[in-house]
Design a protein around this ligand. Structure first.
Ligand SMILES: [Zn+2]
Ligand SMILES: [Zn+2]
Length: 337
């Protein structure tokens, strides 16, 4: 079968590999659509995964074979895998903190993922896709679960104002979810104009391009010097993360979803004097059913975010190479398998 195999930084090869063996409690899945995300791009740029790994962690698929001890799944079932498989035994799992499990497996990151014609998945990782979620939308369950997990980790109240820094897919999904939760006003900041336009279409009340105007000054004038209740940092670069401390209201919350490769300077003085809350959030796990429900009921429509659909054969040129060019304007690129 064909698969995109990670060999190292700037080295991903689409090639023929043996079909996976299906364990007795596993199912064999044909991936349908696979999202390429920032984590994959970091792995491409800096090297991160084990060589030989088949990438792809945001995907929908259909079961084509089941292991002999699988009882609750059938051939033809449409699924999404959870992004992680926690060990279930460590102190973190016992405390229901699955995304920081001592010994978790992550599909497409520590175990083979969806950028392949077939992938074997443990049955306990699967979530059923209802008919109202087509295969394309299914690829957004995982990124949506990340946004949901972030909001679950903070004390968000109806009527809060929200500023989303960075309107890539996680930023846009956070913006949608903030609106659903009853945010009074949502500001979006982004330097890439196509992404900013996407934020406006997704319902941002104000869009700000910090490459063209001062973000702190604009927020100051829009909030009459008060700042916003919640800043959601989704850029993964140090500058905006530091700046968040100037943008948030006294007593407000900074939620960090972006992963910065570089250390970030933090204004502890302002943090203490203004009694700010700083929360970090990683992966969704328990949020998968809720993410599926929001998509199934059409409460969030991620499809406008899809700027291109590419083939597995072209995943390096049209995917990884294109997405890491500085002038790239894509929001979400899906690979159709
Ligand atoms: Zn991802
Ligand atoms: Zn664990």
């Amino acid at each position: 079968m064909k698969a995109a195999v990670y060999e190292g930084s700037h080295e991903i090869t689409v090639k023929d590999v043996p079909e996976p063996e299906v364990g007795s409690t596993e199912v064999l899945v044909e991936p349908k659509y696979v999202g390429i995300c920032g984590t994959d791009l970091s792995a491409w740029e800096y090297g991160m995964y084990e060589p030989g790994l088949i990438m792809g962690h945001e995907f929908s698929g259909e079961i084509v074979e089941i292991g002999k001890d699988v009882t609750s799944w059938d051939v033809g079932d449409r699924i999404v895998p959870n992004s992680l498989l926690p060990c279930g035994k460590c102190s973190f799992c016992k405390a229901q903190k699955f995304s920081i499990c001592d010994d978790m497996q992550m599909v497409g990151i520590t175990m083979n993922g969806g950028l392949a014609e077939l992938v074997a998945l443990p049955q306990e990782m699967l979530h059923r896709l209802p008919k109202t979620i087509d295969d394309k939308k299914g690829a957004f369950v995982e990124p949506l679960s990340i946004a949901l997990h972030g909001f679950n980790r903070i004390d968000f109240k109806r009527g809060n104002s929200v500023l989303v820094l960075g309107t890539g897919p996680i930023g846009i999904l956070s913006l949608h979810f903030a609106k659903l939760l009853g945010a009074s006003v949502v500001y979006a900041s982004e330097i890439r104009s196509a992404r900013l336009e996407m934020a406006r279409k997704a319902g941002a009340d104000f869009i700000i391009n910090p490459a063209k105007e001062s973000l702190p000054l604009r927020i100051e004038s829009l909030t009459e010097g008060v700042g916003v209740d919640v800043v959601v940092e989704c850029t993964g670069v140090p500058g905006p993360s530091s700046e968040a401390f100037q943008l948030v209201k006294r007593g407000g919350t900074i939620l960090i979803l972006g992963i910065s490769e570089e250390p970030v300077e933090v204004d502890f003085m302002r943090g203490v004097l203004n009694e700010l809350s700083l929360k970090f959030s990683y992966l969704g796990y328990q949020e998968f059913p809720e993410a599926i429900r929001l998509l199934a009921e059409d409460l969030i429509d991620p499809i406008p975010m899809v700027t291109r659909v590419i083939s597995l054969d072209r995943v390096v040129e049209d995917g990884f190479e294109a997405l890491t060019r500085s002038d790239n304007q894509d929001v979400k690129v899906l690979v159709k398998i």
